[in-house]
Design a protein around this ligand. Structure first.
Ligand code: BG6
Ligand code: MG
Length: 215
């Protein structure tokens, strides 16, 4: 029986995945190569520095550690410009209703994101009151597919991992859920999220009762 829902942030509760992509694409442009949405799938759920490594590998760019740190900082500045303009209208469709349903159905809720910007985003989206626990990039040392972020979330909720379901838009996040011993629901493309227990297009037609039917 499912007792808790753990939500990824970027690309699940809001469409910040597109802002990450735009900022990385801009950096790639400055470095003189193109960067496609398909290539961007590899960066989802991955930490900032690991994402940069993947980007540089795609562009065949070699550089010093110091240059890498400056690039990551630059990308983050662009990204922060986008998220500073966000408001509740950027919540993905159905998200608020589903979070309210979780409350009504006695399901515990947690955020499980490796982003260091998660706090700002939650504030701008006014989501703090809907989440019983928040685990973000400031509290974990391993990015997804390592299960650390989700295991920490379950621990903070006091829920056994086997009674948790993870909502994720990244292949790395689905893998992390599996390694944590949790159920998973992919949000997005079933081809990319083929390891998930179930894949839905979004929360719009999704209801808490479905969790009882599925798991
Ligand atoms: C994840 C995103 O949620 O956070 C990744 O899917 C991103 O694309 C990672 O790299 C780290 O985010 P930030 O905000 O700390 O750079
Ligand atoms: Mg995500």
């Amino acid at each position: 029986e499912i007792k808790a829902c753990i939500f990824d942030l970027d690309g699940v509760l809001c469409d910040t995945a597109k802002y990450h992509y735009l900022a990385w694409k801009r950096l790639a442009g400055e470095l003189g190569f193109s960067f496609t949405e398909a290539q961007n799938e590899r960066l989802k759920g991955v930490s900032r520095m690991d994402s940069l490594e993947i980007l540089l590998e795609i562009g065949h760019v070699k550089c010093t550690q110091k240059a890498k740190e400056e690039m990551a900082e630059k990308k983050n500045r662009w990204y922060v410009e986008y998220i500073n303009k966000m408001d509740q209208s950027e919540l993905l469709p159905g998200v608020l209703d589903f979070l309210e349903e979780c409350r009504k159905n006695g399901l515990r809720t947690a955020l499980g994101s490796v982003s260091k910007n998660a706090g700002v985003i939650l504030e701008r989206l006014k989501l703090q009151d809907y989440l019983d626990a928040v685990v973000d990039g400031s509290q974990v040392s391993q990015a997804k597919p390592d299960p650390e972020v989700f295991l920490k979330g379950a621990k903070r909720l006091g829920t056994d991992p086997s009674a948790c379901v993870v909502f994720e838009d990244a292949a790395a996040g689905i893998e992390a859920a599996r390694r944590a011993g949790m159920k998973s629901v992919g949000i997005g493309n079933p081809g990319i999220l083929c390891q998930a227990d179930y894949v839905i297009p979004g929360f719009e037609k999704f209801h808490a009762e479905m969790l009882d039917q599925w798991f």
